[in-house]
Design a protein around this ligand. Structure first.
Ligand SMILES: Nc1nc2c([nH]c(=O)n2[C@@H]2O[C@H](COP(=O)(O)OP(=O)(O)OP(=O)(O)O)[C@@H](O)[C@H]2O)c(=O)[nH]1
Ligand SMILES: [Mg+2]
Length: 139
């Protein structure tokens, strides 16, 4: 049976990791989808995996940190069509974590003040995430 548009969308757990007014960005590998751009760490959910389990697994794989579900909170959910790929970004605040984040896959990582997030080239879908971050912290 052919996939519907919803079936073909890739479900991605994304973490907006914050500490002391800064957000952790990492740079996507040059050969990845949206390669070379900066991103909020995260990745594709595995079949049957919950959002928070997937987020915790991805952040451990990519950054070596441990994240508890109680330290996460929903921020925004974004459907975006890149033409070559449709993604559903399920974005959560990560308000605390254990360990020191490092680029476990060789990727550069950088703590960025919220006001400077747009100084970094981000995938198109991420503009809505930056808006949501700003709206959330300015109240
Ligand atoms: N992690 C992450 N992915 C994003 C962001 N914005 C965005 O459009 N994406 C898209 O979401 C999709 C999945 O992310 P990913 O490549 O991190 O997935 P992954 O960690 O499981 O990688 P893998 O395919 O190497 O196993 C990619 O197509 C990526 O371009 C973002 O801020 N963070
Ligand atoms: Mg990833």
């Amino acid at each position: 049976m052919p996939n519907t548009a919803a079936d073909s969308s890739v479900h991605v757990a994304v973490g907006v990791i914050r500490r002391d007014g800064r957000i952790l960005l990492s740079r996507r590998a040059a050969n990845a989808h949206q390669g070379g751009l900066w991103e909020f760490p995260g990745g594709k959910l595995e079949p049957g995996e919950t959002l928070l389990d997937g987020l915790s697994r991805e952040l451990h794989e990519e950054l070596g940190i441990t994240v508890q579900p109680t330290d996460c909170a929903p921020l925004i959910k974004i459907e975006h069509d890149y033409g070559d790929k449709q993604v559903c970004l399920d974005v959560c605040w990560v308000n605390d974590f254990g360990g020191q984040p490092r680029g476990c896959e060789g990727q550069p990582v950088q703590w960025v003040p919220i006001a400077q997030l747009n100084d970094y080239p981000l995938p198109a879908a991420n503009a809505a995430i930056v808006d949501a971050i700003r709206a959330s912290v300015s109240v």
